[in-house]
Design a protein around this ligand. Structure first.
Ligand SMILES: C[C@@](CO)(OP(=O)(O)O)[C@H](O)COP(=O)(O)OP(=O)(O)OC[C@H]1O[C@@H](n2ccc(N)nc2=O)[C@H](O)[C@@H]1O
Ligand SMILES: Nc1ncnc2c1ncn2[C@@H]1O[C@H](COP(=O)(O)OP(=O)(O)O)[C@@H](O)[C@H]1O
Length: 269
């Protein structure tokens, strides 16, 4: 079985409160983008996991392996599988690649083993693997609250725009990024702001991580400025960075940005 695990971008991100458990309450919009990891699953005698493509810095088990064991602990009938992951989504980029891989493993295992798990059940498992992970179960544009795992659907379609993602050679740890933000009540109602014309978003929709990250890594801010110079209607760092996206009315030549980071054009498969 082959799954194509897509990335996400955050449109606006307010960090409103530090919780007792060390996590933070946030308000953000998650929007799926057409940039994919490939997760291949084969029947096997015992569980195994291999990765290809972009190197993933080791930090314990891969999220795909964690997803497998998590579901297997509640459903012992799950057959052993060999998972091969072709990693294309940049790591430590704020694009949610690891969370997406894990969510797609949960979905694939449920389907393959005919567990018939509903979206809400899969979301509960996903939330145990990472705050972002539950979003990828349904994978639709949502306004997210809580630690980023409570959703209300929104109507937002950017399919007629040209989205570009620029990833400098900087790996940002999500935990470290959160530790540098001073939480504050959101200044703007994101669900209302998102209904404004896109060229007005820049006046209202901001990402609270940018301030600290731009200070530490000025090149990320430079990428954002360049995207605006090139005509982006809206540009922002995604999540805790380091990737920056631009939303354009139409395709433009961004060769100049290659000097600052790798330029990706999300496309339909
Ligand atoms: C910042 C966001 C915005 O969408 O995305 P990324 O930039 O990572 O893609 C997310 O909140 C990241 O979600 P995710 O990457 O799944 O986080 P987790 O693995 O659960 O947590 C990693 C660490 O980030 C911190 N964390 C995460 C989520 C949250 N709401 N509050 C936090 O304080 C905690 O210190 C936690 O130990
Ligand atoms: N399948 C995976 N893909 C990417 N990162 C993974 C994966 N499994 C575990 N990780 C760990 O999660 C960390 C953050 O992953 P990533 O999804 O790129 O985060 P972010 O969206 O915060 O940029 C990586 O540095 C890596 O140590």
């Amino acid at each position: 079985m082959i799954s194509f695990a897509n990335a996400k971008i955050n449109i606006g991100l307010f960090v409103s409160r530090r919780r007792e458990d060390g996590y933070h309450d946030i308000e953000t919009i998650f929007y799926p983008v057409k940039m994919y990891d490939v997760v291949e699953m084969h029947a096997a005698d015992s569980y195994s996991f291999e990765t290809y493509g972009i190197h993933i810095p080791e930090r314990g088990d891969n999220l795909c392996t964690k997803a497998y064991h998590l579901l297997k602990s509640d459903f012992p009938q799950i057959e052993p599988v060999a998972i091969k992951l072709l990693k294309n989504i940049p790591v430590g980029a704020g694009l949610g690649g690891g969370s997406s891989d894990a969510a797609f493993v949960l979905k694939a295992l449920s389907e393959w083993n005919k567990l018939n798990l509903k979206a809400e059940e899969l979301q509960k498992y996903a939330a145990k693997l990472g705050a972002d992970c539950a979003f990828f179960v349904e994978n639709k544009p949502v306004f997210a609250t809580g630690i980023g795992d409570e959703f209300s659907e929104i109507s937002l379609d950017l399919s007629t725009y040209w989205i570009v993602i620029v990833k400098p050679d900087i790996h940002i740890s999500t935990a470290e990024a959160y530790s540098q933000v001073i939480p504050a009540a959101p200044e703007v109602d994101l669900c209302r702001a998102i209904k404004l014309p896109i060229q007005e978003w820049k006046y209202y929709i901001k990402n609270d991580f940018e301030f600290g990250i731009f200070d530490k890594y000025p090149v990320i801010q430079e990428i954002k400025h360049k995207l605006y110079e090139k005509g982006a209607l809206y540009a922002s760092m995604s999540g805790s960075g380091s990737a920056v996206y631009g939303i354009f009315e139409e395709e433009v030549n961004l060769d100049e940005l290659e000097a600052l980071g790798k330029v990706f054009h999300p496309v339909e498969l």
